[in-house]
Every structure is written in structure tokens, then in C-alpha cells.
Design a protein around this ligand. Structure first.
Ligand SMILES: *Cc1c(COP(=O)(O)O)cnc(C)c1O
Length: 386
């Protein structure tokens, strides 16, 4: 066989290369859970919670059933519901906006900054003022998203939340491992939601998530809410909760993967550097703000316009290089959210950066097991389409 046929195909995410490193340990851990029969609330759940908290430098971690449920449990704990405005970026994954609606609250979409893709602080202030002036909704929470792994401007978000008495929730589903001023995400918001969906920076083999917080009362509430609102005993129902637990099997898988995290984050950063070297003169490449360390969950470049993007994707496809668009449509244009958007700030200002980004972003393959040759192949394919 020649080099051509033995070369590893390039994939957007790669869970197989990592699995090969830990397969034996994983078999042992899974067999242990199978033998124990403790499929729910087994000791692995506690163990992974302790290790997650330590990794992030947070006081408490509570394992839950998904990133979406982490967001929901965090908002339920604040009693967020009817009449409450929850401010969140228009340019993010659908789950961020879905949760306030499920709870009867109103998502208020905020524009993002082109530089860094995260919530625009000036626009956030402006929309909070508009909601207050409207007098119909109470500003209750800001959900900052660390899109693609790049930390949002947490010091600024926290200052606004402190001034306004609002809850600051960090949706770090794409960013576990990222840091600001030397402190990892997990300590910045009043609570931080993580997703362990398989393609995230720390993924399990199914659905899973966690909440991180420094607040012991919140952590206790989260434990209750994930288990149907149970009180001190199993059969005392203290509040309305949900079934939002992390499975023992998924916790066991996370325990095998967590020790790889530091080296995987370093690999992601190295790969981002290779991309920037090769692409920085051709397209807009993502940059970390001073003091910010991306988790490089995704590597997303900006092309001049949608027509160029289509051409580039075609050129990449011809060379068997995958790419993806996260996200093609801003949330306020989604049929499910249009009515809520119109009700939040009737006739409010445009969300023009979010709208423009949807036509220009392109995410390239990003996982810790890409080698430099593959990055060159990807960059050459992209440049060929420009
Ligand atoms: C993946 C993701 C979620 C949801 O996580 P799930 O585990 O899939 O429920 C929420 N927010 C963002 C920004 C995400 O990328």
C-alpha cells in the first residue's frame, strides 16, 4: 500500500484515536460498573464530580444528564420563569435559547462581537435598559456562551450582573478547559454549565453534562433538582425537579478521559497555531483576547461572504476535507424563537453582527489527534477555494 491509501482520513472530530489510548482501561471500568449493578448514582459519579471540580478550580461539581439539562437545572434553581427576561447571544447553539422558553421565561437575544464571536457588552447593556424601560419583563439572568471554546468577557458580564442583581450563567458547553486570567472556566459565572456530548472538548459516549459552582447552596439545590426535587430523604419531594442525573457508565468513561485533558488541550492549542500560521494571511482566523485561553472546541474562520464560503467548501470536499457551518441561522430567525424575539423587545435594534456571521463562518476539523501534515492539507484545500 502506498502512503496515499494508508494516510488517516481527515475528520471534523475524531473519537477513535483517543479511544485507542484508553480502551483497555475503559473496558475495565465499564466491566466494574456492569458487575456492581450501580447504574444510577454509582460511586463513579461522585468521583468524576470531585475530579471535574478540581480540574476547573471550582468548589462544587454536580453531574447531570446533558448540557441542556445543566442550563435548565441552573435556571430552575433561580426560579426563573414567566415574566423573566434571560439575555443570551443570538449567535449560539439552540439549547441556550430553548431552556428559558421551556421554563416560561423570555429569551432576549443580544448581538455578538465579530471579534471573538461572544456576547457584545455594549449591546447587552443597551438591551437590559430597553427591557427595563419596557416595564413588562424583569431582567433576571445573562447566559454568556464561550463559543467555539473562546471565553466570553466574564469580568464585564459579572459587573453588569452585580449592578443589576442578575444571575450570571456560563454556558461553557464548547469550552471546558478554557481560561481567563489564569483561572479556568467554571469559576467565572455564578454557575457554569458543561456538556459531555461526544464531540465536546471532554465528551462521554452518549449524553452527559455538569454544573460547576463555588456556591454550596446552589450545588445542593442542583443535586435536589436533578433527582425530582428530593429533600433530605429519598421520598420527600421538596420542590418540582426533573430526572436529570448523569449515568454511572458515562461517569466511568469520563474518568478514563479526564486524565488526557491537559495534553489534549495543549494539542488543540498547537493545532490552532499551525492553522493560524497557514491561514492568517488568507482569511480571518480566531484570536484569543489578551489574558484569554481558548479550549479550541472548534476552529472557526471568517470568509468574506457566503458565495466564497460555498466555493471553499466545494474545494475542500473535492480533497476529502470536511468542514461545517456553526451556525447557518441566528436564533432570532429560527421559526421556534421568532415570536419570543418579537415579544422581548418589540421593534428592538437589529442583530446585524450575528446575521452577518451566519453567512461567513466556517469551522475546520479540530481534534487533538490532527498532525501538522493534515493541517497543511486542510489549509491548502481551503486556500484553493478562495
Ligand atoms: C452542545 C451545547 C449545548 C447543549 O449540550 P447538550 O449536552 O447537547 O445538551 C448547549 N450550549 C452550547 C453552546 C452547546 O454547544
Amino acid at each position: 500500500m502506498n502512503a496515499e491509501t494508508t494516510a488517516r482520513p481527515i475528520s471534523l472530530f475524531d473519537m477513535q484515536a483517543q479511544q485507542a489510548l484508553i480502551r483497555a482501561e475503559m473496558n475495565t471500568r465499564i466491566a466494574h460498573v456492569l458487575d456492581s449493578g450501580a447504574f444510577v448514582n454509582g460511586p463513579e459519579v461522585r468521583e468524576v464530580e470531585e475530579k471535574l471540580a478540581a480540574f476547573a478550580g471550582a468548589k462544587h461539581a454536580v453531574g447531570v444528564s446533558s448540557g441542556t439539562d445543566a442550563l435548565q437545572i441552573a435556571m430552575m434553581a433561580e426560579n426563573i420563569g414567566r415574566g423573566d427576561a434571560v439575555f443570551l447571544p443570538a449567535f449560539t447553539y439552540t439549547a441556550t435559547a430553548e431552556v428559558p422558553l421551556v421554563l416560561g421565561a423570555t429569551p432576549v437575544f443580544v448581538d455578538v462581537a465579530e471579534d471573538g464571536f461572544n456576547i457584545d457588552i455594549a449591546d447587552l447593556k443597551r438591551r437590559i435598559a430597553l427591557v427595563k424601560a419596557g416595564g413588562r419583563l424583569r431582567p433576571r439572568a445573562v447566559v454568556g456562551v464561550d463559543l467555539y471554546g473562546l471565553p466570553a468577557d466574564w469580568p464585564a458580564i459579572l459587573e453588569i450582573c452585580r449592578e443589576e442583581g442578575m444571575f450570571a450563567l456560563d454556558d461553557a458547553a464548547q469550552a471546558f478547559g478554557g481560561a481567563l486570567d489564569g483561572r479556568r472556566l467554571g469559576v467565572w459565572g455564578h454557575a457554569t454549565a458543561l456538556s459531555f456530548y461526544p464531540t465536546k472538548t471532554l465528551g462521554c459516549y452518549g449524553d452527559g453534562g455538569a454544573l460547576l459552582t463555588d456556591d454550596a447552596d446552589r450545588a445542593e439545590l442542583y443535586r435536589s433538582l436533578r433527582t425530582h426535587g428530593e429533600g433530605k430523604t429519598r421520598y420527600e419531594v421538596q420542590r418540582t425537579g426533573m430526572n436529570g442525573r448523569l449515568d454511572t457508565l458515562q461517569a466511568a468513561i469520563l474518568l478514563c478521559k479526564l486524565p488526557l485533558m491537559e495534553q489534549e488541550l495543549a494539542s488543540r492549542a498547537r493545532i490552532a497555531g499551525w492553522y493560524a500560521e497557514r491561514l492568517g494571511n488568507h482569511v480571518v482566523v480566531p484570536r484569543e483576547r489578551a489574558g484569554a485561553q481558548s479550549a479550541w472546541g472548534l476552529y472557526t474562520v471568517l470568509l468574506p461572504d457566503a458565495a466564497t464560503r460555498e466555493r471553499v467548501q466545494g474545494a475542500m470536499r473535492e480533497r476529502a476535507v470536511p468542514s461545517a457551518i456553526y451556525y447557518p441561522k441566528p436564533l432570532h430567525h429560527q421559526p421556534a424563537y421568532a415570536a419570543a424575539h418579537a415579544a422581548g423587545i418589540p421593534g428592538g435594534p437589529a442583530l446585524s453582527v450575528s446575521e452577518a456571521l451566519c453567512g461567513r463562518v466556517l469551522s475546520l476539523p479540530m481534534h487533538p489527534y490532527l498532525d501538522e501534515g493534515q493541517v497543511s492539507t486542510i489549509a491548502e484545500a481551503l486556500i484553493a477555494g478562495l
